[in-house]
Ligand binder design. Structure first.
Ligand code: SF4
Ligand code: SF4
Length: 160
């Protein structure tokens, strides 16, 4: 089961993984972002096992993960490279390490509009444009109380 692992619990997780991960590489072979990652999921686990947590945290890889969860799905030994990545992202922010500017924009958009991106018109091959209405799609559902939603989101972010 996917869960967010606090960094303080990484040691516990690592010890579990030390026994569980056999470096089979199934996570890396299924990772859609693998060719863009400096470190593939198998290597992330291997580095964390060897107490190289700081090196992984300071690498770009934690921000390049596509968060698809394939590495968890494919692992035959219930290891969770994705959880390590998320825990390291949280810790990196807490420690004031740089993180992609786009993430701040994305979060602000979710807080302000309840969505990562507002619906846009799309254009087909004949350069006809369509919006949700012309495609008979229902209006986008947003949180009923955006202020309350934004405050709840802030609280989650502070506790992560
Ligand atoms: S799939 Fe699982 S066991 Fe295999 S290398 Fe990746 S984390 Fe380790
Ligand atoms: S969650 Fe991240 S590391 Fe895991 S398979 Fe997807 S992109 Fe790769």
């Amino acid at each position: 089961m996917v869960g967010i692992v606090a960094l303080s619990n990484i040691r516990e997780e690592v010890e579990k993984m030390w026994e569980q991960c056999n470096q089979c590489g199934k996570c890396s072979s299924g990772c859609p972002a693998a060719r863009f990652l400096d470190l593939r999921p198998r290597k992330i686990v291997a580095m964390v096992q060897r107490d190289l947590v700081k090196e992984v945290m300071e690498s770009n890889v934690i921000w390049e993960c596509a968060q698809c969860l394939q590495c968890i799905e494919r692992c035959p030994r219930e290891v969770t490279p994705f959880d390590i990545i998320i825990a390291l992202q949280n810790q990196a922010v807490k420690e004031g390490l740089p993180f992609p500017e786009g993430l701040t924009k994305l979060l602000n958009s979710v807080k302000r509009h309840g969505a990562i991106q507002l619906p846009m018109e799309i254009v087909d091959r004949e350069f006809e444009s369509y919006d949700r209405e012309s495609l008979d799609l229902p209006d986008l559902t947003r949180p009923r109380d955006l202020d309350l939603f934004g405050a709840a989101l802030e609280k989650v972010l502070k506790e992560a």
